[in-house]
Design a protein around this ligand. Sequence first.
Ligand SMILES: *[C@@H]1O[C@H](CO)[C@@H](O)[C@H](O)[C@H]1NC(C)=O
Ligand SMILES: *[C@@H]1O[C@H](CO)[C@@H](O)[C@H](O)[C@H]1NC(C)=O
Ligand SMILES: *[C@@H]1O[C@H](CO)[C@@H](O)[C@H](O)[C@H]1NC(C)=O
Ligand SMILES: *[C@@H]1O[C@H](CO)[C@@H](O)[C@H](O)[C@H]1NC(C)=O
Ligand SMILES: *[C@@H]1O[C@H](CO)[C@@H](O)[C@H](O)[C@H]1NC(C)=O
Ligand SMILES: *[C@@H]1O[C@H](CO)[C@@H](O)[C@H](O)[C@H]1NC(C)=O
Ligand SMILES: *[C@@H]1O[C@H](CO)[C@@H](O)[C@H](O)[C@H]1NC(C)=O
Ligand SMILES: *[C@@H]1O[C@H](CO)[C@@H](O)[C@H](O)[C@H]1NC(C)=O
Ligand SMILES: *[C@@H]1O[C@H](CO)[C@@H](O)[C@H](O)[C@H]1NC(C)=O
Ligand SMILES: *[C@@H]1O[C@H](CO)[C@@H](O)[C@H](O)[C@H]1NC(C)=O
Ligand SMILES: *[C@@H]1O[C@H](CO)[C@@H](O)[C@H](O)[C@H]1NC(C)=O
Length: 399
Amino acid sequence: MAHGFLLFLLFSYIISINIHACNQIERYSLLSFAFTLSSPLLNWTSLDCCHWKGITCDQDDWITHLLLPSKGLKGGISPSSLRNLTHLTHLNLSHNSLYGSLETQFLLSLNRVEILHLSYNHLYGELPLSLPSSKIRIVDLSSNHFFGAIPSSFFQQASNLISFNVSNNTFTGYVPSSICLHYSPFVRLLDISSNQFGGNLALGLGECSKLQVFRAGHNNLLGLLPKYIYNATKLEEISLPINSLRGAISDKIVNLTNLKIFDLSPNQLSGELPLNLGKLSKLKFLTVDFNNLEGTIPTSLMNCTNLVELCLGINNFEGDISMLNFSRLSQLTKLDPRYNNFTGMFPVSLYSCRYLKAIALNRNHLEGQIQIEILSLKFLSFLTLGYNRFTNLTGTMKI
Ligand SMILES: *[C@@H]1O[C@H](CO)[C@@H](O)[C@H](O)[C@H]1NC(C)=O
Ligand SMILES: *[C@@H]1O[C@H](CO)[C@@H](O)[C@H](O)[C@H]1NC(C)=O
Ligand SMILES: *[C@@H]1O[C@H](CO)[C@@H](O)[C@H](O)[C@H]1NC(C)=O
Ligand SMILES: *[C@@H]1O[C@H](CO)[C@@H](O)[C@H](O)[C@H]1NC(C)=O
Ligand SMILES: *[C@@H]1O[C@H](CO)[C@@H](O)[C@H](O)[C@H]1NC(C)=O
Ligand SMILES: *[C@@H]1O[C@H](CO)[C@@H](O)[C@H](O)[C@H]1NC(C)=O
Ligand SMILES: *[C@@H]1O[C@H](CO)[C@@H](O)[C@H](O)[C@H]1NC(C)=O
Ligand SMILES: *[C@@H]1O[C@H](CO)[C@@H](O)[C@H](O)[C@H]1NC(C)=O
Ligand SMILES: *[C@@H]1O[C@H](CO)[C@@H](O)[C@H](O)[C@H]1NC(C)=O
Ligand SMILES: *[C@@H]1O[C@H](CO)[C@@H](O)[C@H](O)[C@H]1NC(C)=O
Ligand SMILES: *[C@@H]1O[C@H](CO)[C@@H](O)[C@H](O)[C@H]1NC(C)=O
């Protein structure tokens, strides 16, 4: 590093007449940024910092990109050191070992930043009051040690935000569900999973007409699974596992024609599955185990030919499971109706689901015999049949 400073001092006057070298204030910024870190893989020594590893400049030699993911950077990040990089649009420091907090001034000075990617570091503290500007589109602060509530003014300026990932931190307070209502209607990805967010999923998500992925699992969410979520018709994934959400799944769910993943296992949902669920032709993962759902499995579900996993275990479902014809579910790898009140025989149509890897039928009221055809399921490696009334098998069988 000392070498770098020396070069700076020696040649700074030459640079002033060299039109193809980077701006020296910016060069000095980068050096002081790297100076506080252990950065063995950076070889930032040459004069023209536009050619340094991880750096991209625009036509006027302003630094626009600082991309140093997985570069073994270690140490306290000094936000003030980047303050002079006023033309920065892309900042990616993910997968390093940086610690420190994000100061409000740091973000505000980066008022051209579009992409801020700081995931997988040891950054901590509360979030600054506001994201820098309407330019910001992607914010990924996931897998750090941030805590506290997201300030109500945080998204104030972020009118073009499309992706916000703060998963795997220790955030508390309310879910930023008004993000689309008041700030950016363009949000496509919202991942706040694995935090300590609480309260209801308040009104607002329904306004996210572009929302494709919504993950908020592993939090302390309460209250009803809100109906307005079904207004966000671009949704492809709703993952809310490990919360305490109540209420029934509305038949409005058919409006979510793009839905591929619906994961609400461990929650406190009740009521029956909507009869028209089968209209979700793209559905791949239906995961509602560990709830208080009841009633029968809608036969329409056998029309969801893209289903990969069907997890219904540990609920109060009932009905003759052998009446369901699974044969069109040719992609099915996992069927889990365990711990329910299903009756009937082992569904022979399952033998057509040739990619099945796991079948868990234990703790129901199933009866009859298991046919030898089960051996034609070449990928089957997990089968539990115990606590039923099958005649030629007892206990749990593992193939
Ligand atoms: C560091 O960069 C200088 C100048 O660009 C180059 O000559 C040298 O080989 C590089 N060293 C390593 C270890 O990459
Ligand atoms: C940042 O870098 C990581 C690791 O290379 C990469 O996975 C991620 O997509 C990058 N983020 C952005 C926004 O480009
Ligand atoms: C930023 O620029 C100002 C004015 O040129 C200068 O005083 C300051 O030292 C610079 N800071 C860094 C970290 O480069
Ligand atoms: C959010 O970031 C985590 C890593 O911290 C990653 O595993 C997850 O896939 C991201 N969420 C989305 C929706 O891409
Ligand atoms: C959560 O974040 C910590 C700290 O960055 C990281 O070590 C861990 O791998 C992350 N967990 C997941 C599941 O991404
Ligand atoms: C959902 O959409 C319906 C029909 O378009 C509309 O009447 C209703 O107000 C919307 N609800 C919310 C909470 O956005
Ligand atoms: C949901 O679908 C129904 C018809 O199935 C339609 O009348 C209603 O307007 C749709 N709502 C939204 C918000 O798209
Ligand atoms: C399954 O889809 C077919 C058309 O593809 C339709 O005729 C049939 O009624 C559907 N079955 C159920 C139970 O919804
Ligand atoms: C099965 O049904 C009986 C009543 O018919 C009920 O008492 C029992 O709790 C149910 N078991 C499960 C696992 O739903
Ligand atoms: C299940 O449906 C298939 C066609 O999708 C049909 O060929 C088969 O006979 C049906 N099986 C049963 C047991 O009804
Ligand atoms: C169960 O018994 C039936 C009739 O005896 C027999 O055809 C079938 O192969 C047995 N199933 C297994 C898995 O042993």
